[in-house]
Design a protein around this ligand. Structure first.
Ligand code: NDP
Length: 394
């Protein structure tokens, strides 16, 4: 029987993973080692009972009593705190889903790789903040990373059986989000609810807003570079409003292989869960005659400066991805709590990168987790200062 753990089980990706695992037999087909969550302990406990998990961990110490009460009599062990989540990755599991949101997902994923596990990687921040370290750790410990971001799963699938040396370019698609056709002035004054209203995908709050600002696509450009090792100039993005083609790979003979599928994350999760084979996944089947039209347009870097910043990060290398992601997380927090406007997010990230580059430098490629965490810490403080400075100017 295969064993598995799900980190970030109570989130959007975690729920879809749980759904697929239950459909494929649940506790009769899988031994569930650990499930982790944050504040939603009621759901975490339900999932742990349904999968007969060995361990359930909440990220927050103050949530432990509620989790313990919800799992009383179930035989499921409980624990709390960031360190307990990392230690949950020490428990042997064949397949590990990394679906915590943000830089908090890095440490448990790294720990799972050190044990040589197969890591289904939804947490894109891991590759953005610590790509070279993550990939080197996987190689050193014989671990496998399977990309779960839909674009990267698509590239991965288009490359099966191909010679990577023959790849000329990779094109990842972007829906354009809810503001695709908005003017700069309209975008400037948008609300959190408007930024969360993604036209095609149903996702967690943070990634939905990142999609509206194109910070999500910016993270994905860097993720593509780090995971597949393509040069930045080989990686393109194109706006494709229907979200049917997730990515394309262009080869040296001019052929382009496209991966198509409905905008449903269970597709990419199911691929990772059934890899190296394929299994039934309950997603809608494409009806191309009904879709009728697939359209494309160039991204607008003036309205969406995140894409330009991603190119700068890829050019700078070192720890710039960790600084970029941390500054973006702070800017996103401050947009969500109403302190800054939508367009201020990119300005805060740009200022943070410029200040760190001028004062401290953006560092060398990381060789240890501590280096990444130190840059993350510095960038969060610098971004906080940048937000404060903007508020004082008002
Ligand atoms: P959600 O916000 O829906 O869920 C995040 C999960 O992480 C929840 O289980 C949450 O717990 C938990 N969590 C939050 N903060 C912490 C923390 N500090 N420590 C430990 N656990 C924490 O996110 P998504 O599922 O949307 O995204 C997860 C990851 O997958 C992200 O990196 C995202 O970029 C990536 N991704 C998501 C896609 C999607 O369609 N949603 C598509 C492709 C990639 P709780 O809710 O209980 O508080």
């Amino acid at each position: 029987m295969r064993s598995l753990s799900i980190f970030g089980a109570t989130g959007s990706i975690g729920e879809s993973t749980f759904d697929l695992v239950m459909r494929q037999g649940g506790p009769a087909a899988f031994r569930t080692v650990a499930l982790t969550g944050g504040r939603n302990v009621t759901r975490l406990a339900e999932m742990a009972r349904a999968l007969q998990a060995e361990l359930a961990v909440t990220a927050h110490d103050d949530c432990l009593p509620a989790l313990r009460a919800a799992l009383q009599g179930s035989g499921v062990e409980v624990a709390a705190g960031a360190q307990a989540i990392v230690e949950a990755a020490d428990r042997p599991a064949d397949w590990v889903m990394s679906a915590i949101v943000g830089a908090a997902g890095l440490a448990p994923g790294m720990r799972a790789l050190r044990h040589g596990r197969t890591l289904a990687l939804a947490n894109k921040e891991s590759l953005v903040t610590a790509g070279p370290l993550l990939m080197a750790t996987a190689r050193a410990h014989g671990a496998t990373i399977l990309p779960v971001d839909s674009e990267h799963s698509a590239v991965f699938q288009a490359l099966i059986g191909e010679d990577i040396a023959c790849v000329e370019r990779v094109i990842i698609t972007a829906s354009g989000g809810p503001f695709r056709d908005w003017t700069l002035e309209q975008v400037r004054n948008c609300t959190v609810a408007q930024a969360m209203a993604h036209p095609n995908w149903s996702m967690g709050q943070r990634i939905s807003i990142d999609s509206a600002s194109m910070f999500n696509k910016a993270l994905e450009l860097i993720e593509t570079r780090e995971f597949f090792g393509f040069a930045p100039e080989q990686i393109e993005t194109v706006v494709h409003p229907q979200s049917i083609i997730h990515a394309m790979v262009g080869f040296c003979d001019g052929a382009v292989m496209a991966h198509l599928g409905p905008p449903d994350m269970r597709h990419a999760i199911g691929f990772a869960l059934n890899w190296p084979g394929r299994g039934e996944v309950p997603v809608a089947r494409l009806d191309l005659a009904q879709i009728a039209k697939l359209s494309f347009q160039a991204p607008d870097e003036q309205r969406f400066p995140a894409l330009r910043l991603a190119r700068e990060v890829m050019a700078a290398g070192g720890l710039s991805g960790a600084a970029f992601n941390a500054a973006k997380e702070i800017a996103l927090d401050r947009f969500i709590d109403g302190s800054i406007g939508f367009l201020d997010m990119a300005a805060v990230v740009e200022e943070t990168l410029a200040q760190i580059s001028a004062r401290n430098g953006l560092g060398n490629s990381p060789t240890a987790l501590e280096e990444v965490l130190a840059m993350d810490h510095l960038a969060r403080h610098t971004a906080d200062d940048a937000v404060r400075a903007r508020l004082e100017k008002r």
